[in-house]
Design a protein around this ligand. Structure first.
Ligand code: IMP
Length: 177
């Protein structure tokens, strides 16, 4: 059984769909302001390991919009909580170049072991308007093909998503030990 430390139920459900043996723990950890998701994840997992006798995992994600030079990136949580999806759509009003990438970094640790990282990406475009009611966060404005992620079911999102890729990489690593 792995403890997934997150306050985000959506993330947990996605991990559960892939790993099966995972339990949510909402005990928080410091999310440092760094330039890379990897740095945030490494700092976080060491903090979690001090308080929870592993196996433990955390995950840090971000939305990187090409025409905004990667913004909101590592600031994705703050930007979502302040200007939200409507704010992102306003920033891109009239902008034709709408490519964006979701990135996910999973950190996994056990007591007495150096933590390991797994990453995943999903390329798409920012929609012209929000669509769909599934998922969470930026899902209603992130398009892959004809659908936004919020118009996909959990399994469909997991098959293609940044987090699906990073968590499956963890799963492969765990089963190859
Ligand atoms: P964090 O990884 O929890 O720091 O997420 C950063 C921000 O990106 C939060 O506002 C999340 O809601 C959002 N976010 C993270 N993962 C996803 C996703 O899979 N889809 C849509 N938004 C996401």
């Amino acid at each position: 059984m792995i403890y997934f430390v997150t306050g985000n139920r959506g993330k947990f459900e996605e991990a559960l769909g892939i790993l099966g043996e995972v339990e949510q723990r909402n005990i928080g950890y410091p999310e440092i302001q760094a330039e890379a998701l990897e740095d945030v994840a490494v700092f976080g997992i060491w903090d979690v390991l001090k308080r929870l006798a592993g196996p433990v995992m955390i995950e840090d994600a971000g939305l990187f919009i090409d025409s905004l030079r990667g913004f909101p990136g590592v600031y994705s949580a703050y930007v979502f909580d302040t200007i939200g999806n409507d704010g992102i759509l306003k920033l891109l009003d009239g902008v034709k170049e709408r490519r964006a990438t979701f990135r996910s970094v999973v950190a996994y640790g056990e007591p007495g072991m150096e933590p390991v990282l797994f990453s995943g990406e999903l390329e798409g475009t920012i929609a012209l308007e929000p669509r769909g009611s599934g998922g969470f966060g930026y899902d209603p404005i992130f398009r892959v093909g004809e659908k936004t992620i919020a118009e996909m079911g959990l399994d469909e999102k997991n098959r293609i998503s940044h987090r699906g890729v990073s968590i499956r990489a963890l799963k492969v690593w765990l089963s190859s030990r």
